[in-house]
Design a protein around this ligand. Structure first.
Ligand code: PLP
Length: 223
């Protein structure tokens, strides 16, 4: 049984037009991805460089690829030639490496800064203090090959919708204050990547502009 097309259209209908759907295709085959591609969709996300790179090579070139998982500095060079947006930048060192590799490819790479909003200590991301520190660095404005477009965050994995709501609200407030403090003259800082299969409705209610959805489209992952 294969409901990918049906699931995709259902999610598409549910999401407001001004919220961008990133279809998360990790562990899924090229033919699964092509099924969504053939519905007209062009925005896909993966969480691992070693999985993304071979898929991007084989699949149509007009796909806009997003990296949403934790990124190690030594892997940036593999995605720098083609990546459309990196959602998971969580340190100045990583941002500098992305800038360098983007420059080597004559590109400007769109980045989101990942914030730690969940209760679990295992999730990646920065605190508000770390974010402020990063953006206050004098070297930040010298990075010409990155374009910081907004923030990303993952809520606690819980059935408690109020907890998730609270975390997303707090991320939205950080987004607004960061925009005001550091990006008031930069209209590109406008994205808030917030919401996955279990919490995208809450994410949208709380101001998300990008949702990252895998399971609700492809079904449960084996791994
Ligand atoms: C896997 C993943 C998603 C998608 O999760 P689903 O629950 O399958 O929708 C979104 N964001 C990140 C960072 C992920 O790793």
């Amino acid at each position: 049984m294969n409901n990918i097309t049906e699931n995709y259209h259902k999610i598409k209908e549910e999401i407001p037009k001004d919220v961008k759907l990133i279809v998360i295709s990790k562990t899924k085959t090229e033919s699964d991805i092509l099924e969504v591609y053939n519905c007209g969709h062009r925005f896909f996300g993966e969480s691992k460089v070693q999985e993304l790179t071979p898929k991007a090579e084989k699949l149509p070139k007009d796909i806009e690829w997003h990296l949403v998982g934790h990124l190690q500095r030594n892997k940036v060079k593999y995605i720098a030639p083609f990546i459309s947006m990196i959602h998971s930048v969580d340190s100045f060192k990583l941002l500098k490496e992305v800038n360098k590799r983007a420059g080597n490819n004559d590109r400007i790479i769109n980045c989101l800064l990942q914030m730690h909003i969940a209760e679990e200590s295992t999730k990646f991301g920065m605190t508000s203090e770390e974010l402020n520190e990063l953006l206050s660095r004098p070297e930040f404005s010298s990075l010409k090959n990155i374009n910081v477009c907004g923030l990303m965050g993952m809520a606690t994995f819980t059935d408690d919708k109020n907890q998730v709501k609270k975390e997303f609200k707090s991320l939205y407030n950080t987004f607004l204050s960061t925009k005001e403090k550091f990006f008031s003259t930069k209209p590109d800082f406008k994205e808030l990547s917030m919401g996955m299969t279990d919490d995208y409705q809450v994410g949208i209610e709380e101001g998300s502009t990008m949702v990252r959805i895998g399971t609700a489209i492809f079904g449960k992952r084996e791994q």
